[in-house]
Every structure is written in structure tokens, then in C-alpha cells.
Design a protein around this ligand. Structure first.
Ligand SMILES: *Cc1c(COP(=O)(O)O)cnc(C)c1O
Length: 231
């Protein structure tokens, strides 16, 4: 062996590996292997890399955090790949509700009554019904976005009264803690409310999330590489 560095894995191989791990985790949990969907989180990832994911790995489900970034990157890609399914996974301001309804196929961060009102209005105006997840602040951290667990039933009822299509729940457990109790709390909440979709698990813990019942995992840095640290 000489001093030749191993080539770094391609985006295609990383996505395929992640899909294999997802299937394996589902089987290990006694679930069917096709019960978990991979949302490739592409915040900060530019179009050249997204094209590799789309073309070489045939990835179609993506998640973005920011409306403006999605507006810049995705319309051109959609023209080439019409079957893209784009999720908004980041916090949404009410004044961007209309843009979000136009750009996204799913909004996974409904967390307050005012936003439900704004989304209902935007969907009526755009004549488009976008499925929603309620983002739950499972750790009760006051600084964090997300609906407090005790407020979720009222938000769900309010959204349904507006005709909104709430399909499930999502959470982002606190960093630096074992996420298991938070995953369990979210899965229990979904079951109690009769909601089929559970979005939880990221690069460092998606397999664990699958063991706790995730139906979709949101994986970014494991597929596209580390993002520059926020300043
Ligand atoms: C960035 C982000 C992810 C992906 O995180 P990674 O650790 O890079 O996999 C998942 N969910 C949300 C809400 C995010 O903001």
C-alpha cells in the first residue's frame, strides 16, 4: 500500500448506503423495510451536488430550511425532474406562508395557530393543498420552535377546522442528550392522535429514530458532507 489517499465517497454512494441502513434498521425493528422514507436535507447544498443526488442516486425527496434558499435553487431543478417532493423542515414566518405554499410539496413545521391561519389563507389563494406536519417541542425548551406537547391537540383541531391536511408530527430533540425519550414521546403522541406520519432522526441518530417508530428521517450532513459552522 503506497501513500495514496482513499477517494472520498460519492454522494451517490452515501445516499445508497443511507438507504441500506434505513432498510436494515427497519428490519431490525421488526418493521417492513419500505416503511421509512429518506428526506435528503439540502440546506447549504448547491445545485451541482443536488444534480448528483437526483441523477446518480435517483433521490427525489428533499428538505430545505429556508424559503428564500429554496426559491433560488429548486424551480430550475423541478423543470428537469418534475417528480421532486420538496419539504419545508425549517421555521416558517407567517409573512412567507404564500411563498412556502407555492414552493413546497409538504410543510413539516406547523407549530402555532397563527401559522395555521396564514397557511389556510395562502392555500385558498393558491388553490393548492399542501400536507402538513406539526412540529412538536418535545423537550419543552422555551427558546425552541415547535408546539408544546400539551398544545398539540388544540392546534390539530384548529388546523382541521380550517380544512388543513395534518398528517403527522415531527421533532428535533435537544443536541447532546440521548434522543430516545423524545422519539418515544413523539411516537406516542402520533399514536394517541391517530396521525400516521412521524418525522424524526437526523444524520447522527436516524437508525435509533427508526427503532422508535420514525416513518421519515431527515438526513443532511451524512449525505452531502458537513455544513460550515453557523457564525
Ligand atoms: C439540518 C436539519 C436536519 C439534518 O441534519 P443533519 O445532522 O445534517 O443530518 C434535519 N432536520 C432539520 C429540521 C434540520 O434543520
Amino acid at each position: 500500500m503506497s501513500g495514496v489517499a482513499a477517494p472520498s465517497p460519492t454522494i451517490e454512494s452515501l445516499i445508497r448506503e443511507c438507504r441500506r441502513n434505513i432498510k436494515q434498521a427497519a428490519r431490525d425493528a421488526g418493521r417492513a423495510e419500505d416503511t421509512v422514507r429518506l428526506i435528503a436535507v439540502s440546506k447549504g447544498v448547491e445545485t451541482d451536488k443536488l444534480e448528483l443526488a437526483l441523477e446518480d442516486a435517483e433521490q427525489r425527496i428533499f428538505g430545505e430550511n429556508y424559503v428564500q434558499e429554496a426559491a433560488r435553487k429548486w424551480p430550475a431543478l423541478r423543470a428537469a425532474y418534475p417528480d421532486i417532493e420538496l419539504h419545508l423542515i425549517g421555521h416558517l414566518q407567517t409573512n412567507k406562508a404564500e411563498d412556502a405554499v407555492e414552493l413546497f410539496d409538504a410543510i413539516d413545521s406547523l407549530d402555532r395557530i397563527k401559522l395555521a391561519d396564514a397557511l389556510a389563507k395562502a392555500m385558498q389563494k393558491k388553490k393548492k393543498r399542501v400536507p402538513l406536519l406539526i412540529e412538536v417541542n418535545t423537550d419543552h425548551e422555551p427558546q425552541k420552535h415547535g408546539c408544546l406537547p400539551s398544545d398539540v391537540p388544540a392546534l390539530l383541531q384548529h388546523a382541521r377546522n380550517l380544512g388543513l391536511d395534518v398528517q403527522g408530527v415531527m421533532c428535533i430533540p435537544p443536541a447532546g442528550h440521548d434522543p430516545s425519550p423524545f422519539f418515544d414521546a413523539l411516537a406516542q403522541m402520533a399514536e394517541q392522535l391517530g396521525l400516521p406520519r412521524i418525522s424524526m432522526g437526523m444524520s447522527s441518530d436516524y437508525e435509533k429514530a427508526i427503532h422508535h417508530g420514525a416513518t421519515e428521517v431527515r438526513v443532511g450532513s451524512k449525505l452531502f458532507g458537513a455544513r460550515p459552522a453557523k457564525t
